[in-house]
Design a protein around this ligand. Structure first.
Ligand SMILES: Nc1nc2c(ncn2[C@@H]2O[C@H](COP(=O)(O)OP(=O)(O)OP(=O)(O)O)[C@@H](O)[C@H]2O)c(=O)[nH]1
Length: 731
């Protein structure tokens, strides 16, 4: 037994195990950028956005395409080089168009505000000196633009009204929450148009960044909706969209009835995060109102104009999560296009469970809390939904948001079911004195008591009901009231906050893109010494490098090296045969006496031993030495190719490396059969007539003695090990 194990050990030593170096990817490195005071970041948001898209987005996309994608594709010959160049150029021009479009629209937004600014009284703010300096200073980054864009884009050419308009826009972002309700109507309109434009562009940038890179460093913020079950999250989102489209839990519909009949099924319907992107579609030139529709990009179902179908699809997707998992982290991507929605990105999450029950145990409660925690991290904005008829002290949404945002700088409180408390109580909640939030609380009524009517949509009914409710109570509608109420106010507030937060995040993204560019430039310098390189020359160089490496390493496969490997393999085989025929033979000790008898002639040896010797040599000759030696060489060649593909430059091109390995393995596989037949034929004449001279015989004896000594040493080690283990087990 111990001998057999020792043999296995010895056999293993000859196998080649290729190193499992993981393929290294270029440029992955953590970020560390300096944080800039929030108000400075806000004030700088317009120029930053332009610079980021112009320099960062374009440069980064360029780098990603040139640096990462071109060589593997060309190497793998999936896309011909000219075609790829065309695709890349097309993509880059799209990014460039978006960038210039963004810069143009920014200046359009500024112009539209400035057109109204002469008629509107500006908010009473003191323009900080650094802003005045900023607008008065030269901006060299604009020099490259064409003259038309310079007219409005270059700060030197801006009129005082335009400068004042920018200051107004900045002031809007810096303003206190109550300013949302206080601003003069026409100023508000202008501001809203400007913001809509900016938010839309920022959301486009967000989608673009997501399509280039999935790393956290390049993500723009979203609004994350959290709240306990039945706090009214879905109703708020539906009020914002103006349609019923979210899955409804059975328990919210008739909770009391279900509790009475003792229903204990799992009624939770929101089991996956829903990433909802609202896209505002403005009326067409002829005044025609565009159609409202939804899209699930991952499902390729096309435009869905029936919101009941969207609701059904969402319900199906949520209920498809196995009940053993209950909640999944995989988000559902839904986009809604409508002329009645603002440009927003919202994420609806499963509601917090407050009291664990049989069908909603502690583990599920923790899972939901964990999922929400993942989403409410910076830079996302938290929409903490609380029902007015439940004490805010018990709100899990506020509790969770306070953990990650103690000062409430990125948390908006939404108080639903305002109709269920008295106006005095409602006003007290919205003032937020007990649990202050910098971005404030907005009160809503997202349910209509009226029955559905054929003339009005559900959304319109809820809107009318809410407007009636708040205008009938002077606590909310009085001139002196500074409270934020109504879904419209909430929409506006969300846009302002999202836009300002996105703009601040752009600063971090500029840094991230800058770092990536520096890293790429450095890598380029190190690898290519800054010389110009085309896709074709890169491929040619890579193939040359492959050939040179193969040539270097193939030294290991010259005759002496291969012969040594084959000898070791044959030694192994001999030991296998001896193990099989002699090791366990009861008469084996007789061999010792035969070996030391000097007078013994071959003819005197017992027929038993002669027969054994013949069986042993026949086992050896019939063991398929031709096939084994071919496999041994093929294994070595395979390991050689594998070791080449994990090194430079293939570590940067995992797909090319994979193809190379596949291709070489395929060639080897194809040749093994034929080659082993040929080897077998070559050695056939020498298999039975072993012709050795005196010197070779002596060498063979020496090798055999060495081999036996090695085997004996290994057996000894094994025996000691077994003894040590059994003694250890006895203790
Ligand atoms: N009276 C009143 N009821 C409301 C209001 N908003 C929502 N509701 C009701 O509260 C219940 C729960 O609302 P949902 O919007 O489904 O709550 P949810 O937080 O999405 O619930 P889950 O998805 O189960 O977590 C529903 O029956 C709504 O009709 C409101 O402003 N006033």
């Amino acid at each position: 037994m111990s001998i057999t194990r020792a043999r296995t050990f010895s056999r293993l030593r000859h196998r080649h195990v290729p190193p499992q170096n993981p393929l290294r990817r270029l440029h992955v490195r953590p970020l560390s950028y300096t944080s800039i005071p929030r108000f400075v970041a806000r004030a700088f948001r317009v120029p930053i956005a332009g610079v980021t898209i112009g320099a960062g987005g374009f440069g980064y996309a360029n780098y990603k395409f040139e640096g990462a994608s071109i060589p593997p594709c060309i190497l793998s010959r999936q896309i011909p080089a000219p075609e790829l160049r065309k695709q890349t150029a097309g993509w880059l021009s799209t990014v460039q168009d978006a960038a210039s479009d963004f810069i143009d629209s920014t200046s359009d937004g500024i112009k539209s505000v400035s057109a109204r600014v002469s008629a509107v009284k500006l908010p009473d703010i003191e323009t900080p000196q650094f802003l005045k300096d900023l607008f008065a200073s030269d901006d060299t980054s604009h020099h490259d633009r064409d003259s038309s864009s310079q007219d409005s884009g270059n700060p030197r050419n801006r009129s005082p009204e335009e400068n004042a308009a920018i200051a107004a826009l900045v002031a809007a972002t810096l303003s206190a929450p109550s300013d949302s309700t206080k601003a003069n109507d026409s100023g508000l309109d202008a501001m809203q148009n400007g913001l809509m434009h900016l938010t839309k562009k920022l959301i486009e940038i967000r989608t673009m960044l997501l399509s280039i890179d999935q790393s956290d460093s390049l993500k723009l913020p979203s609004i994350v909706v959290i709240g306990s079950q039945s706090s009214g999250k879905s109703s708020v989102l539906e009020a914002i969209v103006g349609h019923e489209f979210l899955p409804k839990s059975v328990i919210s519909l008739s909770m009391s009835l279900l509790l009475t009949i003792g229903h204990r099924g799992n009624n939770m319907v929101t089991r996956r995060p829903i990433e909802l992107t609202l896209i505002h579609t403005p009326p067409k030139g002829n005044g025609q109102v565009p159609e409202e529709y939804g899209e699930f990009p991952a499902l390729a179902l096309g435009k869905i104009t029936n919101f009941a179908q969207i609701q059904q699809t969402l319900t199906d997707l949520n209920l498809a999560v196995p009940s053993s998992e209950a909640v999944s982290n995989e988000p559902i991507d839904l986009r809604i296009y409508s002329p009645h929605v603002p440009d927003l990105t919202l994420i609806d999450l499963p509601g917090y469970i407050q009291i664990a029950s049989l069908d909603q145990p502690d583990s599920l409660r923790d899972k939901i809390a964990g999922l929400c925690e993942k989403y409410i991290r910076e830079p996302n904005i938290v929409l903490a939904v609380c029902a007015a008829d439940v004490d805010l002290a018990n709100s899990p949404a506020l509790r969770a948001s306070r953990k990650v945002d103690p000062l409430g700088l990125r948390t908006i409180g939404v108080v639903t079911k305002m109709d269920l408390v008295t106006p005095e109580q409602g006003a007290a909640i919205l003032e937020g004195n007990r649990y202050p939030l910098h971005l404030g609380y907005v009160g809503v009524v997202a349910k209509s008591a009226e029955k559905k009517s054929p003339s009005l949509s559900n959304g319109a009914l809820i809107k009318r009901n809410e407007e009636d409710y708040f205008s009938n109570h002077r606590e909310y509608s009085g001139v002196s009231s500074s409270l934020m109420v109504g879904t419209d106010t909430l929409r506006r507030r969300l846009m302002e906050v999202l836009e300002s937060s996105m703009a601040s995040s752009l600063h971090g993204i500029t840094n991230a893109v800058q770092l990536e560019l520096e890293e790429a430039t450095y890598q380029f310098k190190v690898q290519y010494n800054d010389r110009r390189i085309t896709a074709e020359s890169y491929v040619a160089e890579t193939v040359d490098a492959l050939k040179a490496r193969f040539k270097d390493l193939s030294v290991q496969f010259r005759k002496p090296e291969v012969r040594a490997k084959l000898k070791a393999m044959l030694d192994d085989k001999v030991m296998d045969v001896l193990e099989q025929l002699y090791w366990l033979d009861k008469r084996a000790p007789e061999l010792g006496a035969l070996g030391v008898d000097p007078k013994l002639k071959p003819g005197d040896v017992d027929a038993y031993w002669r027969h054994k010797l013949e069986a042993a040599s026949s086992l050896l000759t019939k063991s398929g030495i031709g096939r084994d030696s071919t496999l041994l060489v093929a294994d070595g060649l395979r390991a050689l190719i594998d070791s080449i593909t994990v090194g430079e430059p293939f570590n940067h091109h995992p797909r090319a490396a994979e193809r190379l390995v596949q291709f070489s393995h395929m060639i080897l596989r194809d040749r093994i059969g034929l080659t082993s037949d040929q080897v077998e034929n070559c050695i056939k004449p020498f298999k039975y007539e072993v012709d050795v001279d005196e010197r070779e015989w002596e060498q063979g004896r020496g090798r055999a003695v060495n081999l036996f000594e090695k085997e004996a040493a290994m057996c000894e080690t094994k025996v000691k090990e077994i003894r040590r283990r059994s003694e250890g087990a006895d203790d």
